[in-house]
Write a protein of this length. Structure first.
Length: 82
């Protein structure tokens, strides 16, 4: 697993014969689903709870932020792909 993560480039649509923009729809839908889930966790988009309803959302966002991979440098990714 370490070898795969260190030596191979991330998958991209062109590797599968797709247009580079093919990923846009996938990412847009994923973002929309994530946003909907966050709104559902918080109890809806409306206020009126006195500020107490934001704790589950804050906890979820902190958890997601901690699990994000480190930022990558595209030049290094291209070097690994060669």
């Amino acid at each position: 697993l370490n070898y795969i993560e260190a030596s191979l480039p991330q998958e991209a649509p062109p590797q599968f014969g797709l247009h580079p923009n093919a990923e846009i729809g996938y990412l847009t839908m994923g973002t929309s689903e994530l946003f909907t889930s966050i709104v559902n966790i918080s109890g809806g988009a409306g206020g009126g709870e006195g500020g107490g309803g934001s704790d589950p959302v804050k906890a979820t966002m902190e958890d997601l932020t901690e699990r994000l991979p480190e930022n990558f440098v595209m030049v290094l990714v291209n070097e690994k792909a060669k």
